[in-house]
Ligand binder design. Structure first.
Ligand code: NAG
Ligand code: NAG
Ligand code: NAG
Length: 780
């Protein structure tokens, strides 16, 4: 291009010289200005013609390009999406070492050791202010990866305090003699036995053994006239407990006990699990975890079990003979949390992708697997940047604080960490202790079900030497046949199932706040404990979960490495595809599936109510309801003069809309695919208007895809509950965890039906119907 321009310029200079010489001298004298003018106008014409000719010549030979290629060129993106994927995969080839001779697994190992070492400097690490060294180390490492890094400090609720002194003494009630002082620390560790949000002070009370603390156990105590009111209640919480500890504790407190002591699993008699997660700040009361070995003398003192309690390991009560004295003290200084955010800048700014891991732990031994993986991934991605990669979409990495105490205080900060001006395409959460076993487990908003499986197929997973497949178990330079893929493992374990019911699972977590309060579609990745294998005992929030445990249970850090590769590929798939990779068909398909399965389990009620007139319910509580109007219209269309609205019509109107949305959403996905095809189709230059049209379609499509979750949220924010999602609510009440997980979608419907009140079900439908209608308009 430039060379052609230059030659045109040269021509014109020659022209000028020649012209001035050849003009007749007479005319020159008469009007020199006129002459130069005419020369110049001729000159202009020539220049124009020259330029035109050049352009035409250029255009004829101009290559056909796709909007995609134009777009990438415009933004200075040298690599295509598949280039980036390929580069990332080869950068992280199993066994490949960097310039210093370390593999990714080696680097992860170093971080795990760093975090263990730094965490051991503080008895507990529940908040940033307890361990400044940890904050500083994480900040320094995140900054080192050439990312813009910010630290946001915030105050934690005053109710949250670190324990300073604890005691539990068994006394003879008659003479107050000390019979036993329970050790309240794990062997060789200085971390106290505590639950977050416990009361400070001292109580001396009778105590009751409540076996496992289930409703059936309390019913049995009740039947035998043993009350737990104003007494200390002791129960076990096994690793495979049917109920969550949160529910068990609140249930006992609901009956009116004076304090709760929870002992751990008999299979791990020396460990103390501090895992008590509350979904809202609980009232402060006496709560204490203890190891099985430490509590045993207190239970043995109750004597052998008898009568109705034959099945129990210990007798329930001592008839005023024994008392427990529980003393607790907490540091009075308020705790401060800090969120550390690193931003990897990009070419396009329509939406961002976020990865987060929690930095806090309730012990002094946590190796922070999530952080080791996240920071090592950041370092690999900055290596990719050195190789010429410019991210298409901005990626943010977040180190969360105080997540194990309910992530309170975090939601106030959210708008600063993730400004509303740039919508978040996806949040990927590395769940608390991400490697707890070897069972791969993915929870996600249905929007990403496809991409989650797609990315897993490219993730190399080093084989486990315990599996017969590996030929050279001790060889550090891995053979190709010792590598499988994450997808293969995932298929073998669960047919690559993604759990889409998030309501219970994410409750009380940072990820929950992001999904439910901020309406960002969320994925949650982890390796869980396999329920069958007894040798992989992972005890949450105990000092037994340590670098040593990880080293023992994740051979060669193969699972850490796989999770890192998977996370990286997910980020690239989500961030590098111009058209947002969410599938609304999957989301509305699941909404349809879960609603249908929920409502059909209440068929008896639906049938019993079918002929009830519900007009009054609407007139009294929701006269403007769109559901009411639509149901009435439906009825009138069928029976011309009968506008009375029965339950069955309302139910049918609602269900039809749910089905219709699922079908429409599939069409929307097909349209998105069409746009994506056009986006990568080559066009000749003269189809520029069409290209511009495609560009506009592409922009509009992404705009919609990035905001689909917000559309499902209710705009009338309920001041008490932060939950406003169409499908996800926190299930309430004392139910087995399996049932609560089941209710992870449409919990409020389950609860409305359980109440047996038709009015509740109808009004809930009325509320959700409006949001479904909005969604239907949105994707049509
Ligand atoms: C982290 O680990 C590296 C390598 O083992 C070591 O050189 C460094 O001193 C450690 N840093 C901290 C803060 O422990
Ligand atoms: C996977 O699905 C197949 C066929 O539906 C079934 O036979 C198999 O048991 C499933 N495997 C697992 C691990 O769920
Ligand atoms: C918010 O929701 C809860 C539970 O769904 C309900 O009990 C409460 O009355 C609601 N509050 C308001 C202000 O609507």
């Amino acid at each position: 291009m430039t060379s052609v321009d230059d030659s045109v310029a040269e021509d014109t200079t020659q022209e000028t010289n020649y012209g001035s010489v050849s003009e007749p001298p007479v005319e020159e004298v008469e009007n020199p200005k006129e002459v130069t003018k005419s020369i110049f106008s001729r000159l202009w014409w020539l220049i124009l013609l020259g330029i035109l000719a050049t352009i035409v010549a250029q255009l004829i030979f101009l290559p056909r390009t796709s909007p995609n290629r134009d777009f990438r060129r415009w933004h200075g993106l040298k690599l295509t999406t598949s280039d980036v994927e390929r580069l990332f995969i080869s950068l992280l080839r199993p066994g490949k070492s960097d310039s210093e001779g370390f593999t990714t697994e080696d680097r992860i190992g170093m971080y795990l050791r760093n975090f263990s070492e730094i965490n051991s400097q503080s008895a507990t690490n529940m908040a940033g202010s307890e361990n400044r060294n940890l904050e500083e180390f994480v900040e320094k490492e995140m900054r080192r990866q050439k990312c813009e890094t910010h630290v946001y400090d915030y105050d934690l609720p005053v109710e949250l305090q670190a324990p300073s002194d604890l005691s539990l003494v068994l006394r003879d009630a008659e003479n107050n003699r000390v019979l036993y002082k329970a050790p309240l620390k794990e062997l060789n560790f200085h971390t106290p036995a505590f639950f977050c949000f416990s009361a400070a002070g001292q109580i001396k009370k009778d105590y009751v053994n409540a076996n496992m603390g289930t409703p059936a156990d309390y019913a049995l105590l009740d039947k035998n006239g043993i009350s737990i009111e104003n007494r200390i209640v002791i129960f076990s919480h096994a690793l495979d407990s049917e109920y969550s500890l949160n529910d068990k504790i609140h249930f006992a407190e609901g009956i009116g006990c004076a304090g709760v002591i929870v002992y751990g699993d008999e299979n791990v008699p020396k460990t103390i699990s501090r895992k008590f997660r509350s979904h809202s700040i609980p009232t402060l009361s006496f709560r204490l975890p203890i190891s099985f070995d430490s509590v045993k003398p207190i239970l043995v003192a109750l004597g052998p079990s008898y009568g109705d309690f034959k099945e129990w390991q210990f007798a329930p009560y001592s008839n005023h003979a024994l008392q427990l004295e529980l003393g607790t003290q907490f540091n009075q200084s308020p705790l401060r949390g800090s969120t550390i955010v690193s931003t990897m800048n990009s070419a396009m700014h329509d939406g961002i992708v976020v990865v987060g891991a929690s930095r806090d732990s309730l012990t002094s031994t946590n190796p922070l697997s999530g952080h080791a993986i996240m920071i090592e991934l950041m370092s690999q991605l900055s290596e990719l940047q050195r190789l010429g990669w410019l991210p298409l979409r901005t990626i943010k990495f977040v180190s969360w604080d105080a997540s194990r105490s309910g992530a309170f205080g975090m939601s106030d900060l959210l708008d600063r960490v993730l400004p509303k001006s740039s919508p978040v395409l996806a949040y990927i959460n590395l769940d608390e202790d991400v490697i707890m076993g070897d069972r791969f487990s993915v929870d996600s908003n249905p929007l990403f079900n496809d991409i989650l499986r797609y990315a897993a197929r490219f993730v190399a997973l080093l084989a486990n030497s315990k599996e017969p497949k590996l030929s050279t178990p001790q060889n550090p330079h891995l053979q190709v046949d010792s590598v499988t893929t994450l997808l293969e493992l995932w298929m073998k374990q669960s047919n690559a199932t993604v759990n889409n019911k998030l309501g219970y699972l994410l409750a009380g977590k940072a990820a929950g706040i992001i999904q439910f309060v901020r309406q960002v579609p969320t994925m949650n990745l982890k390796f869980e404990t396999c329920k069958i294998k007894k040798d992989l005992l992972y005890v949450p929030d105990s000092n037994s979960y340590s670098y040593h445990w990880v080293e023992q249970n994740d051979e060669g850090l193969r699972l850490h490495g796989a999770l890192l590769r998977y996370l990286g590929l997910l980020l690239i798939s989500l961030g590098e595809n111009e058209v947002v990779e969410s599938k609304v068909g999957l989301l509305f398909g699941k909404i349809d599936e879960y609603f249908t399965s929920m409502s059909s389990s209440y068929n008896i009620l639906n049938n019993a109510w079918s002929r009830e007139d519900v007009s009054d319910i609407f007139m009294d509580h929701a006269p403007q309801s769109v559901l009411f109007a639509d149901a009435k219209a439906k009825k009138l269309a069928k029976y011309m003069f009968d506008a009375s609205v029965h339950y069955d019509v309302v139910f049918e109107t609602f269900t039809e809309l749910v089905h219709k949305l699922a079908a429409k959403a599939l069409k929307f996905d097909a349209y998105a695919e069409q746009v994506e095809d056009l986006w990568t189709t080559d066009f000749p230059w003269f189809k520029l208007p069409q290209k511009i049209l495609i560009y506009l379609k592409f922009k509009q499509l992404n705009w919609k895809l990035l905001r689909i979750e917000q559309v499902l949220a209710s705009d009338s924010l309920n001041s008490s509950g932060d939950f406003k999602h169409l499908m996800y609510d926190i299930p309430r009440g004392m139910l087995p965890m399996s049932e609560k997980n089941e209710r992870g979608a449409f919990a409020t419907f389950y609860e409305a039906y359980d109440s047996g009140l038709m009015e509740q079900v109808v009004l809930l439908m009325a509320e959700k119907y409006e949001r479904l209608k909005t969604a239907l308009d949105y994707i049509t």
